[in-house]
Design a binder for this molecule. Structure first.
Ligand SMILES: [Zn+2]
Length: 344
């Protein structure tokens, strides 16, 4: 149990680590002693000790330091490190690994996060779109889709889709390809990462791969940005929501859970894709009309089955916003319009 030894030595030095805190099972946080963290903000603590397979690792989201706990300890307190090595050697003896050198013990395989990671961990495996050059493949992709530039800071590029396994290793078996993708992180109101949706950009037949970081979290995009005290537009696609003001997206089955949102019903306008022939959508629309929600019933003339398609076909965000305002109904009026829309 080398993990046990790592944790034991972490506790032995923890009182000398500023702002040291246990965040969850096998995840500890402190101010980074390597870079000193922020010199202005004494509360900033961006160093994390987290569990790999059988070892503890250290990562700082300020200076980018990433190392095995042993390496951290060696630099932090060489006396403690001396004892630590003896203990790990002694333990190794039971496992017939006593012949191993210290260095080989300390250079284990790349760590995998098997606990809920902090949101910033995403920055170590992906690049945020607003940090990439205009001629980059993914920037070309979002430019072609006319995604607004001010939304680039909410989107990421992942070079190898397999790297996302670091956010939840349950997907180890199911993600087998290695292509680059557009990554759309779903954060909660506190900025915690819940889900990452990975959109193919090279014409993959599997257009979306959704990775739940928090297994129980709803797949709702935009909770970190939305103001629930104002009118909230609820759409189906995360990318669609980027074209609208104060909008969130309920991806997949989460569209059946709009009534569970932490937003007052009177502030919600529901906007389904423009797919009158889709039975499942029809059922849900009926349900929410019955429950008294405001709903957009698209006029026949709109050019596209979703908002992004309408934009690609030449409408502006303002024009779509106007269509939404002019075609929002509730109660009996919504029922009547809905019946007409389905017949088209
Ligand atoms: Zn640091």
């Amino acid at each position: 149990m080398s993990l046990y030894i790592d944790i034991k030595y972490l506790h032995a030095i923890s009182h000398r680590l500023e702002n040291f805190k246990k965040k969850s099972q096998d995840l500890y946080n402190c101010r980074c002693p390597i870079c000193g963290d922020s010199s202005r903000n004494k509360k900033k603590s961006r160093g994390y000790f987290y569990r790999g397979k059988n070892d503890l690792y250290y990562k700082c989201h300020n200076c980018g330091a990433g190392q095995h706990f042993g390496t951290f300890l060696k630099n932090f307190d060489s006396n403690q490190y001396g004892q630590y090595v003896v203990e790990r050697y002694a333990e190794g003896g039971h496992n017939k690994t006593s012949h191993k050198t210290v260095e080989s013990v300390l250079t284990f395989e790349e760590p995998k996060f098997n606990k809920k990671p902090e949101p910033r961990l995403i920055d170590s495996i992906m690049d945020r779109l607003d940090t990439l050059p205009d001629d980059h493949e993914v920037i070309q992709y979002v430019t072609d889709r006319k995604i607004p530039r001010d939304a680039y800071s909410r989107l990421y590029f992942i070079r190898n889709v397999k790297d996302v396994i670091q956010l939840n290793d349950k997907y180890k078996e199911s993600i087998v390809t290695e292509e680059p993708r557009l990554a759309i992180p779903f954060l909660d109101g506190a900025g915690k990462l819940l889900v990452v949706s990975l959109r193919g950009i090279r014409g993959e037949s599997l257009r979306y791969i959704n990775v739940k970081v928090d297994e129980d979290a709803p797949s709702i995009f935009g909770l970190d940005q939305v103001d629930p005290s104002r009118e909230v537009l609820v759409v189906e696609g995360p990318l669609d929501s980027l074209f609208l003001d104060n909008s969130i997206a309920c991806a997949g089955t989460s569209f059946g859970k709009i009534d569970q949102l932490p937003i007052p019903k009177e502030n919600i306008t529901i906007i389904f894709d423009n797919q009158p022939k889709n039975r499942d959508v029809g059922k849900l629309m009926n349900k929410y009309i019955e429950m008294g929600y405001k709903m957009v019933i698209w006029p026949d003339s709109v050019p596209g089955k979703d908002i992004n398609e309408m934009i690609e076909n030449g409408l502006t965000s303002d024009e779509i916003q106007r269509i939404i305002n002019d075609n929002t109904f509730k109660g009996l009026a919504a029922k009547a319009r809905y019946a007409m829309w389905r017949k088209v």
